[in-house]
Design a protein around this ligand. Sequence first.
Ligand SMILES: NC(=O)c1ccc[n+]([C@@H]2O[C@H](COP(=O)([O-])OP(=O)(O)OC[C@H]3O[C@@H](n4cnc5c(N)ncnc54)[C@H](O)[C@@H]3O)[C@@H](O)[C@H]2O)c1
Length: 463
Amino acid sequence: MSPSTFQKNILCIGAGYVGGPTMAMIAAKCPQYKITVVDINPDRIAAWQTDHLPIYEPGLLEIVKQARGRNLFFSTEINRHIQEADIIFVSVNTPTKTFGEGAGKTADLQYWEKTARDILKASDSDKIIVEKSTLPVRTAAALERILHSNEKGIHFDIISNPEFLAEGTAVNDLLSPDRVLIGSRETEHGLKARQEIVDIYANWVPRERIITSNIWSSELSKLVANAFLAQRISSINSISALCEKTEASVGEVAYAIGQDSRIGSKFLNASVGFGGSCFKKDILNLVYIAESYGLFEVAEYWEQVVRMNEYQEHRFVRTMIAALFNTVSTKRIALFGFAFKADTGDTREAPAIYITRKLVEERAQVVISDPQAIANAKNDLADILSEVSFQQDPYLAAREAHAIAVLTEWNLYKTLDYRRIFQSMLKPAFIFDGRNILDRELLYKIGFNVYSIGRPPLTHFQD
Ligand SMILES: NC(=O)c1ccc[n+]([C@@H]2O[C@H](COP(=O)([O-])OP(=O)(O)OC[C@H]3O[C@@H](n4cnc5c(N)ncnc54)[C@H](O)[C@@H]3O)[C@@H](O)[C@H]2O)c1
């Protein structure tokens, strides 16, 4: 199909973890549309044009390759592509604000507002603007005000289409989503724009999985979905602390409650805590919104989900230090995993960041191992780089270590030869399984002192 015969010109502003994979999937499934992804970061755009994509995501390269150069293009020419586009998805980052009013809680919308102004300046025809980023509820109202301040007579329809993909499983989540949510104004114009976005997804998503709603419900649903997911993790983590005191096993408790179909079995793995760029920022955003409407009890309720997560990270380090005879000073500690979850190189808000910093404060020699996240880990720890070391090979990382802490549930760590690792470590050797992925009985038999989440430790010491 030649570029002039494409049915629609779709642009995405922001070529990150969401913009890149989402647009690659639309392009792969809809060869009749021309999809262009732009970003202010030229390195990111350059990387999307190679086989070394800027993000690690299983199966993504194959999807990109299906469409790249055919109907999927990456560019830094933002203004030109805004002008040409019929539909613009905006997927720029919306981090937590770090300054001024609402610092530490509300979303920093500076990238969003800049994008809106870029759109306003470069447009000379009507367009549909799709909120793909996660935004505070009622952002569309502000966006409409900015965009309709134009004197060119151009009409913009705002659509909310939050993304529910999870890193590590993005390709499958996009290929076969539980649901796609599309919210709009319920005016004639708004409903027509909504239908245009429905039509894009309907190319491969069954119609009954495409949910439509009013725009505010759609904006709010994304924050609420993340708050509920994180709440499940914090809930089971709170129970893990109780299990460690009572000899109940958190895995058995999670299984028993998860069999109740009203509760369900997913997202009940106790761990060192959740990370990722979204959960904490989106809950705090929800908290801030509730506070700003004077709903303080609502705000407090949700804020506790984040506090519980911090508690779980602190508790993990405290357990390590206590087990290692109350001092980790000069002790070599190997961290298995730095990414916030398996199958991604993303380390944003990873529990490993806090744990590393705390151990370094206690003057431990921390050695970080991870199959995909070492480059990001180096950025996260830029200010203490001279106090930590990096070793991709877990066997070398663990050599002569006093302890190992598993911080990411990479499959690789389940299949290592722990007998060999044990032999190369200093004794007594400790393993702290922050993801409950290892066979603790086997490790104990090998000779390790084993600390899991939500189970009493297995140690070779006599009390
Ligand atoms: N990462 C996830 O798993 C996930 C899942 C669902 C929703 N979200 C939401 O999606 C949004 C994007 O998240 P992400 O993880 O893709 O972020 P990201 O930081 O990986 O990507 C955002 C990109 O936007 C670019 N950008 C910023 N300002 C720009 C501008 N004015 N013009 C052009 N490009 C600009 C940045 O350079 C960056 O490459 C956020 O709101 C996030 O909350 C993320």
